[in-house]
Write a protein that binds this ligand. Structure first.
Ligand code: HEM
Length: 363
């Protein structure tokens, strides 16, 4: 009987197999190089953003966030009144309490900058839902953002780089950036008309970007949210302008007297309202829903508090809330991830990284 031929493919031709392995290695290396931006230096990658934040801050501050670097941790809970369930089936909107870890901060890459280095304050929150999901958000104290696209934000950062001769940003470059980008006008006008608050407790914080809320019957609507304080707004005082760290001292004093409260206000878009442009507010007459109360009870340092190791990526959302077509959201997600990666790596390699800098920068 004739024996069937022995298949050769198992042994194969050795050079061919080596070539195939080489091709896989090259493809992987190419993928890494592309992701790192080495093959496409003109592409707006997360590393170009983060490198530029470090340059604008004067230098990297190891162990700290590369933007909104100055901040502190807070903890408390969100008390849902059930009204938000009409817009989203997210479990955070069923009546009851959801624990929250948060972080107040000031924009900019220097964790030791004076509080008045920016007219903006921020509040980032992580809601820990009972079903294991999370809702993370980063909000600023302005209802609009300065720019429409990530590319414009990058250009704004470049314009803010310190001049090597003076160590400070060149006002002419920033002026030229604003003149070339008229989308920045609503933000500039809002900031001019609203002096910074005297406290972190009496500012409203806005999610700014639009999101998509889906309710229990699968109806989806565009929504923006804001945390509106129960504490009455007051403008910053002259004495505060002269103090470097008044925001934290003020917050500690207020929390020493009792919890602080904000209302979560959901604003619903009408057809035609822009969902992809954070420089534009929606008209004032849009439906608003008060979904419940944020109660903050405790503050701690960002160097060892509960918010230290949280990346407040605004695209981490529970079922019932989804990202919109706003191009800033994906850019934020990528940049926050790299900032988180750098600072947590620095903390792991050099556990004393914060103490060293705190003493160095304050001396
Ligand atoms: C392309 C646009 C943007 C870029 C590249 C960017 C970049 C960053 C980076 C790198 C961080 C540090 C993140 C970390 O290490 O955890 C940060 C923090 C933050 N950003 Fe943005 N951002 C952008 C737009 C916005 C917008 C539109 C808002 C307001 C809605 C915002 C609000 C915040 C807040 C609140 C924080 C502080 C988060 C915290 O306290 O940990 N950002 N941003």
């Amino acid at each position: 009987m004739t024996q069937p031929p022995v298949p050769q493919s198992g042994r194969g031709c050795v050079p061919c197999r080596l070539a195939a392995i080489g091709a896989v290695v090259l493809a992987l290396a190419g993928g890494f190089a592309y992701t790192a931006g080495w093959l496409t230096p003109a592409r707006l990658s997360a590393s170009r953003f983060i490198d530029t934040f470090e340059t604008v801050a004067g230098r990297p501050h190891p162990g700290y966030r590369r933007n909104h670097a100055k901040g502190l941790c807070v903890e408390g809970y969100f008390d849902s009144n059930g009204n938000g369930a009409a817009l989203s089936r997210a479990a955070v909107f069923t009546p009851g309490r959801t624990p929250v870890t948060g972080r107040f901060a000031v924009p900019g890459g220097n964790p030791f900058a004076p509080d008045i280095s920016s007219p903006v304050r921020s509040l980032a929150l992580e809601f820990q839902l009972a079903n294991g999901e999370q809702w993370r958000t980063g909000m600023n104290s302005t209802p609009v953002f300065a720019v429409h696209t990530p590319a414009q934000f990058y250009q704004q950062l470049l314009a803010a780089r310190p001049d090597p001769a003076t160590g400070k940003a060149d006002p002419a470059k920033l002026k030229a950036f604003y003149a070339a980008n008229p989308e920045t006008v609503p933000f500039q006008n809002w900031v001019k008309a609203h002096p910074p608050s005297s406290s972190l407790a009496n500012a409203a914080y806005y999610g700014i970007n639009a999101f998509r809320f889906t309710d229990g019957s699968n109806t989806t609507r565009a929504v923006r949210w804001a945390m509106v304080p129960e504490t009455r707004y007051a403008p910053i005082t002259d004495a505060q302008k002269a103090a470097k760290n008044f925001l934290q001292a003020d917050l500690d004093e207020r929390l020493g007297k009792g919890p602080l409260r904000w209302h979560l206000i959901l604003t619903v878009a009408q057809p035609g309202d822009p969902t992809d442009d954070a420089t534009l507010q929606w008209p004032d007459d849009r439906q608003q829903v008060d979904a419940g109360t944020l109660v903050l009870e405790r503050a701690s340092s960002q160097e060892d508090g509960a918010c230290r190791d949280i990346n407040f990526d605004p695209t981490i959302l529970p079922a019932g809330i989804a990202s919109s077509d706003d191009p800033l959201l994906a850019a934020r997600s990528a940049a926050y991830a790299l900032s988180y990666q750098r600072r947590t790596r620095e903390e792991t390699l050099h556990p004393a990284v914060h103490q060293t800098q705190t003493h160095g920068d304050r001396s």
